[in-house]
Design a protein around this ligand. Sequence first.
Ligand code: SF4
Length: 163
Amino acid sequence: MAERKSSRTWCPSGDPHAPEAVALGVRSGQDGGVVYLADPVPASQVLGMVPEGVEPRRVLRFASHCTSNCVNRRGDDCTLVERVLAAPAATATAVPRCHLRTQCQWWSQTGVEACRRCPAVSTLHLAGDRLGELVADPSTTREQLDEWIAANPAGATGAGAGG
Ligand code: SF4
């Protein structure tokens, strides 16, 4: 069952060092939003261009296979995208053009709403970004997330952490 899933779908918050990994987009602008590449580029071709000492996921977004042993998996579903969608969005964003769509786990699971949030998702949350930490943490329940958002309305927009 797990292998069937991993062979069909890809994670848009992927591991840059997975053998099949591709660069999905480039983080740009002051908010670090992702600008999607027109075509996938093997991660192995771009990792060497990232300056030494810079975590690759700070400047690029990667996609890799959705795998059965991922900490975010629950059955065939990805709980990370559920937490991403549960966090309020800072602004409404357009659906990006994206080469991964036909193979994307998030798209197949939640459709266009995932794509609206996708550009803001960081695959490396920042220290001090409590909402980002909660979203990224596979052990966070929906109830805990809702509770934190209700208690911290000023800090609950613009979250975009991913695993
Ligand atoms: S969620 Fe949408 S925009 Fe993001 S990688 Fe998947 S298909 Fe592309």
